[in-house]
Design a protein around this ligand. Structure first.
Ligand SMILES: [Zn+2]
Ligand SMILES: [Zn+2]
Length: 275
């Protein structure tokens, strides 16, 4: 089995409101099930309910791949309950901090008084931290190939490609494009992938007023997927001000532009290989 489930699809900040019901208000968190392996992409607020499911299902070994450490991608981690259970094992990877003190230090700064009362050391699971350099590839848990690429984002970010039994899912957020110039690092990462989850914070119409903010558009996601021969695009990292009716309009326009694109919703499952 190779499947993806969206637990948080927003960028910037969680936005619970009656106008964010259909697509969801939690920030970035995506679960990847590859055979017996459980991966988590980012630890935004969506990781809290995922942690409850892991406790219920008895998942004991968890690999967390972080794109970067802006709030919307790590703020849920202190509320990920399996991390406090000494019978569980967590492996946390990041590709943007090798020369800046490493991921353990940055996560401990988030869990430090006076901004948070519980220190990182209270996480009693067996937690291993691993810093790599975006662009490196590695193999995990006997057979899952992870490829990475540097993204164009303030303070840097890492894009991931997870390959399992001949299929590939890519997670490319947060990143800013240059209009008229497809990002070669991303094209290489997503080539021929079954699914590309892409930073679609803005529309092309909004983008000119947001240059330098580190994000991209769903239209650029389609251009990249088409150029790289990727099969499907998940529009992701929604701007909190894009309420349900606005997202419905994006979904319709995106589908009309490229039928293989769809808007990611909290709770949505995408199966890449069912058996
Ligand atoms: Zn973000
Ligand atoms: Zn960011």
């Amino acid at each position: 089995m190779f499947a993806i489930q969206f637990w948080g699809v927003r960028g910037s900040i969680a936005c619970a409101s009656p106008r964010h019901i259909k697509y969801g208000g939690n920030t970035s968190c995506v679960e990847v099930v590859a055979g017996d392996n459980r991966f988590i992409l980012d630890a935004g607020t969506g990781i809290r309910p995922l942690g409850k499911e892991f406790l219920q299902e008895g998942v004991r070994t968890i690999t967390l791949l972080l794109t970067h450490t802006h709030w919307d991608h790590i703020n849920g981690l202190p509320f990920f309950r399996p991390a406090y259970d000494p019978t569980r094992r967590m492996h946390i990877f990041a590709g943007h901090l090798k020369n800046q003190g490493g991921i353990e230090k940055v996560l401990s700064q988030q869990m430090h008084e006076p901004v948070f009362p519980v220190p990182l050391e209270a996480m009693r699971a067996i937690v291993e931290f691993e810093d790599f350099t975006a662009g490196e590839s590695f193999t995990l848990n006997g057979g899952v190939r992870i490829r990475t690429a540097p993204l164009n984002h303030p303070n840097c970010a890492t894009g991931y490609r997870i390959e399992y039994e001949g299929h590939a899912a890519c997670y490319v957020t947060d990143t800013e494009h240059t209009p008229g110039q497809l990002d070669e690092n991303i094209l290489g990462l997503i080539e021929g992938a079954d699914l590309v989850i892409y930073d679609s914070t803005y529309t092309d119409a909004e983008f000119p007023a947001r240059i330098g903010w580190g994000h991209s558009t769903w239209q650029e996601g389609i251009r990249l997927c088409r150029a790289a021969g990727a099969k499907r695009l998940a529009i992701f990292h929604h701007e909190p001000d894009h309420e349900d009716d606005f997202m419905d309009a994006i979904a319709a326009e995106a589908e009309a532009t490229w039928g293989a694109s769809f808007v990611a919703r909290e709770g949505m499952v995408v199966n890449l290989k069912s058996s």
